[in-house]
Design a protein around this ligand. Structure first.
Ligand code: FAD
Length: 410
């Protein structure tokens, strides 16, 4: 008899799981609480959908933080070559850029969403919208059915929880998947906004709003004495910093910030040595004017940023000419502009959720629950958060694929 599989959540992970389970011969129903599936997918990559990354399975895990190894087996089963081949069969050609990021050739996230819906429904899966699951019926440590908010109860041989995380609450109401997982005995690590701008104490950053730098190195000091380093592009915002370097760092700082503000430095010119900068901005070892140095610096950094650096240095360098020591101090500021991170922006603006259902309770080859028979957990619901660059959708697709395959044979 055909297995009856219920997928809870019609996002990237859920549609992939539904398509795969249907392809493998199951009778599949996908239940999505919103009136349209995968609303978040439409927002990804600024509407272009950075759906994967060319990195190998091993490299992919290195972009997922401390739990990354959990996904290794799933990535071996499906990484970007397999995903791109599947999308090609569904009529979606993909392209990659110099950073290995993979996008649909059309540049439209909607095409990816529509292809995933076709993948699921074209293989016979039923897709129901406005269908929120509020409970699991579990008997003898095995899931038997799901209960909808309408009161309807649907029986199942297997249930795949693909309810996403707490991030980006502006486009859909918060996921109730954590409560569903808890009903099956799963524990959860603390949740925090991830891939989210950092808010700093220094009010003067507002003067820099909109300035972007192609390459900086951020260094943050954690309260336990460890430090974190992140390279990449940066954008100053009205209250702090954003851009890939800051967003990636936010995944690692999210929980550390609960202990209070954290010190951070920005190396504004990581590809220049101190000596190179010294030669570039000072005419001699001594007797330089601060204003001349910051003018010269405009060859390397945006004018507004140079003016702000001058404003920061002016009070401690009131004299006409700079001493050797003061020249060194100017370079130190360029190589280590200090900021104090007080918090991240909220879940409303976060792209992913840091923390989630603890991976220890899940079998990594199949995404099956170790605690409740017939239950599978996938996607952002899990305690996994990737860097920017297509890693988060790859988590969703790979885990969904693995669970969809396994739910049919278990
Ligand atoms: C603005 C933005 C841009 C992003 N860009 C990228 C990018 O370019 N590349 C990348 O890799 N990642 C990106 N991400 C992250 C990526 O979108 C997510 O990691 C991914 O969508 C997670 O997939 P998911 O299926 O696990 O969860 P979701 O996509 O959130 O899907 C979960 C679904 O479950 C439904 N649901 C929840 N609870 C229930 C319930 N009880 N009953 C029924 N349905 C329920 C939700 O309505 C939702 O449709 C971006 C995120 C944001 C917010």
């Amino acid at each position: 008899m055909r297995k009856r599989v219920i997928v809870v959540g019609g996002g990237a992970a859920g549609l992939m799981a539904a398509g795969r389970a249907a392809e493998c011969g199951a009778c599949v129903i996908t239940l999505e609480k919103e009136n349209s599936p995968s609303l978040k997918l439409l927002q990804t990559g600024n509407g272009r959908c950075n759906l994967s990354n060319l990195a190998s399975a091993q490299e992919l895990t290195q972009h997922l933080g401390p739990q990354g190894r959990f996904m290794r087996n799933a990535f071996v089963q499906m990484a970007s070559p397999e995903l791109r081949a599947l999308l090609a069969r569904l009529g979606i050609q993909t392209v990659s850029d110099e950073l290995g990021r993979v996008y649909p050739a059309s540049g439209r996230a909607q095409d990816v969403r529509d292809a995933l819906v076709r993948y699921a429904t074209g293989r016979g899966a039923e897709l129901r919208t406005c269908a929120e699951v509020v409970g699991l019926r579990i008997d003898a440590s095995r899931v038997q059915a799901v209960q909808l908010r309408s009161g309807e109860v649907l029986t199942a041989d297997a249930v795949i929880l693909a309810t996403g995380g707490r991030a980006w609450t502006r486009c859909q109401a918060e996921s109730s998947g954590y409560a569903l997982a808890a009903m099956a005995g799963h524990t959860q690590t603390p949740l925090a906004p991830g891939l989210v701008p950092l808010v700093v104490r220094e009010a003067w950053v507002a003067q820099l709003e909109g300035i972007s730098l192609e390459s900086v190195t951020l260094r943050a000091a954690l309260s336990d004495g460890h430090s974190l380093e992140q390279n990449g592009a940066l954008v100053f915002t009205r209250d702090g910093i954003s851009g890939p370097a800051a967003l990636n760092l936010s995944n690692r700082l999210a929980l550390g910030l609960r202990g209070g503000p954290l010190g951070m430095t920005i190396d504004l010119l990581p590809n220049h040595t101190r000596e190179q900068i010294m030669h570039g901005i000072f005419v001699s070892q001594t007797n330089n004017k601060l204003s001349d140095a910051t003018n010269n610096l405009q060859a390397l950094l945006p004018r507004r940023l140079c003016q702000q650096l001058e404003a920061l240095l002016q009070p401690e360098m009131p004299g006409q000419h700079l001493s050797r020591h003061q020249c060194e101090r100017v370079i130190s500021l360029i190589k280590g502009l200090s900021l104090t991170v007080v918090r991240t922006r909220s879940f409303r603006e976060a792209m992913v959720t840091v923390g989630g259902v603890a991976c220890e309770g899940i079998e990594p080859r199949s995404m099956a629950s170790r605690l409740c028979g017939g239950l599978y957990l996938v996607g952002e619901l899990l305690d996994l958060a990737g860097d920017t660059g297509g890693f988060n959708l790859q988590i969703a697709f790979s885990s969904g694929w693995v669970a969809g395959s396994a739910a049919v044979v278990a």
